[in-house]
Design a protein around this ligand. Structure first.
Ligand SMILES: Nc1ncnc2c1ncn2[C@@H]1O[C@H](COP(=O)(O)OP(=O)(O)OP(=O)(O)O)[C@@H](O)[C@H]1O
Ligand SMILES: O=C(O)c1ccc[n+]([C@@H]2O[C@H](COP(=O)([O-])O)[C@@H](O)[C@H]2O)c1
Length: 200
């Protein structure tokens, strides 16, 4: 009798989408914790070309943000950059991106991570029901934001971190230290390129 064929193991992949303006240690801790706690095969940080919010956030050129991500991830083999939204340019809705990725990689299960600040905003996401049919949403807590949702979110425990890219941009503009809030290589890059000095 012919031996039974092993079913192909599906690849388990996490995605942390964001602006990464700049990438900071809370992003890296979240990515690493979700990767390990969910036993994923890979986790991608996925920078947006332009934020998709209705009330837009300002951002800087994708080239700067990509270079800072590459510096931050130099020693992390389990963490990589997904550039699909940068290559597409313009605004990307997560549903459109995840549809493209799931079609390209039919043997992969995707886990899309959102910070607690995004939970209340979820009902406004583009084609949310369809997005939830494509990916598993994973929530991570953020200070001053809810930890519950009517939506089927897997909550992964991370330390509560009151750290944001806007805080870092503000500190640079004020001429304050940003040491230990993000990798040293990224701090050096920010100073070298003179980023965020005019932030208001
Ligand atoms: N300190 C944090 N705790 C939990 N989640 C976070 C934290 N910082 C960022 N995130 C989450 O990481 C993802 C990408 O975040 P983003 O690049 O917008 O950074 P940010 O620090 O929120 O930026 P900004 O201050 O410019 O709004 C989002 O889902 C966001 O909720
Ligand atoms: O698709 C949407 O409607 C949608 C609305 C708001 C945010 N998102 C995604 O959520 C991720 C975090 O967003 P942000 O703006 O906090 O960096 C990022 O990948 C965004 O593209 C997606």
């Amino acid at each position: 009798m012919a031996p039974l064929e092993e079913p192909t193991k599906r690849r388990q992949v996490g995605i942390l989408g964001g602006n990464f303006n700049p990438v900071h240690n809370a992003h890296l801790i979240i990515a690493d914790q979700v990767y390990h706690q969910l036993g994923l095969d890979k986790l991608y940080l996925m920078p947006a070309y332009e934020p998709p919010h209705i009330d837009e956030k300002k951002t800087i050129s994708a080239d700067f943000r990509l270079e800072m991500l590459a510096l931050a991830l130099t020693d992390a083999e389990h963490l990589e950059i997904e550039t699909v939204e940068i290559e597409r340019t313009g605004k990307s809705f997560t549903y459109d991106t995840m549809k493209e990725l799931t079609e390209k990689n039919p043997n992969t299960d995707y886990y899309f991570i959102i910070g607690g600040d995004m939970v209340d905003y979820l009902p406004k996401w583009h084609r949310l029901e369809e997005l939830m049919a494509l990916v598993q949403l994973v929530g991570v807590r953020r200070p001053n934001y809810p930890v519950e949702s009517a939506y089927p979110i897997i909550w992964v425990d991370v330390p509560l971190m009151d750290l944001s890219s806007s805080y870092i941009r503000k500190k640079v503009a004020e001429g304050c230290s940003i040491n230990y809030l993000l990798p040293k290589s990224v701090i050096n890059y920010i100073h070298e390129k003179g980023l965020y000095v005019d932030e208001n």
